[in-house]
Design a protein around this ligand. Structure first.
Ligand code: F6P
Length: 341
């Protein structure tokens, strides 16, 4: 009987997921293995919703965003029957290994299963780039490039109208996308969850620019940025991993800026545009490298590990270590952005 491995993608989708799936399927087939996909993350293991994956099922998906397996934010540990079904699924499908592609939540489940002895290998994904123990997650580069292009576009219209443009960028706990896209796009103010918003300082920077004859300003704000530690939410209802739906800080900030400075201000919320569409070359290559290395870990029975990028090397790290804390934007990098304000 052929060695059988499973793969699932969980949490928010992200450009580059299909590159991982393709690499796992093609690489697995080369080893003479059978590969099955679980649909919609952990939900597919609970509901036994599977797809048999072969060369044909991964043809033409490398350049496509999203995930051909579908995804969900299902947390099987929320319900004892669900986690029992996940444990059963390993036996039912006779899995040699399960490759779990996810962010902190999906991989948090994988870490717990690995601690119980399940044969799990992790692959880190998130546009937010906030997973610990890896320099980058795939999806981040695409999101940064999308956000940068939007800032470029906002620049020309801001300049024509002498307006302040606030652009709300994704980033729940960490401001990686806002920092990188803000730096790359030449934003005049960058606000991230790691440092509470100081509205007087923001207005000071904008007024100072006006005084120097720069009659427009771009403010890049991460959706998870806070006022004195309090974030802005669209919906208080928690998802299965205990997260609220963020969003709205851009609008509040724009109103405050207009009121305090008297300058005409507009707001743009980038939202899921940052997560959709074709991955960049960097994300396709990183996803492919991660997929191939996850297969190597499965072959070596190195379970309970996640592949990671350190420098330009793919290195295995313990799942519980990777999911134990978040990787925030370091102070030195944020301070670098201040030089330009
Ligand atoms: O975790 C990635 C992310 O895009 C966050 O930046 C954002 O807060 C969240 O997902 C949005 O989630 P949803 O797709 O459920 O609205």
């Amino acid at each position: 009987m052929a060695t059988k491995i499973g793969i699932l993608t969980g949490g928010g989708d992200c450009p580059g997921l299909n590159a991982v799936i393709r690499a796992v399927v093609k690489g697995g087939i080369k080893k003479g293995w059978e590969v099955i996909g679980f649909k919609y993350g952990w939900k597919g293991m609970i509901d036994r919703e599977t797809l048999s994956l072969d060369d044909r099922s991964v043809a033409g998906i490398l350049h496509r965003g999203g995930t051909v397996l579908g995804t969900s934010r299902t947390n099987p540990y929320k319900n004892p029957e669900h986690i029992a079904k996940v444990r059963e699924a390993f036996k039912f499908h006779n899995l040699h290994a399960l490759i779990v592609v996810g962010g902190e939540d999906t991989l948090g489940v994988a870490a717990k299963l690995a601690a119980e002895g399940s044969p799990v290998v992790g692959v880190p994904k998130t546009i937010d780039n906030d997973l610990a123990c890896t320099d980058y997650t795939f999806g981040f580069d695409t999101a940064v490039n999308v956000a940068m292009e939007c800032i470029d576009r906002l620049h020309t219209t801001a300049e024509s109208h002498n307006r302040v443009m606030v652009v709300e960028i994704m980033g729940r706990h960490a401001g990686w996308i806002a920092t990188y896209a803000g730096l790359a796009g030449g934003a005049d103010v960058i606000l991230i969850p790691e440092i509470p918003v100081d509205i007087d300082q923001v207005c000071h920077v904008i007024k100072n620019r006006q005084a120097r004859g720069k009659l427009f300003s771009i403010v890049a704000v991460a959706e998870g940025a806070t006022f004195a530690g309090k974030g802005v939410v669209q919906e208080e209802k928690l998802d299965q991993f205990g997260h609220v739906r963020l969003g709205g800080i851009g609008q509040i900030l724009a109103e405050m800026i207009e009121k305090k400075t008297g300058f005409e201000t507009r707001v743009t919320v980038l939202g899921h545009i940052q997560r959709g569409g074709s991955p960049t070359a960097f994300d396709r290559v990183l996803g492919t490298r991660f997929g191939i290395d996850a297969l190597r870990l499965a072959e070596e029975k190195k379970f309970g590990y996640m592949v990671s990028l350190q420098g330009n090397k793919i290195v295995p790290v313990r799942l519980e270590q990777a999911t134990g804390s978040l990787k925030l934007v370091p102070k030195e990098l944020y301070e670098l952005t201040q030089i330009f304000f």
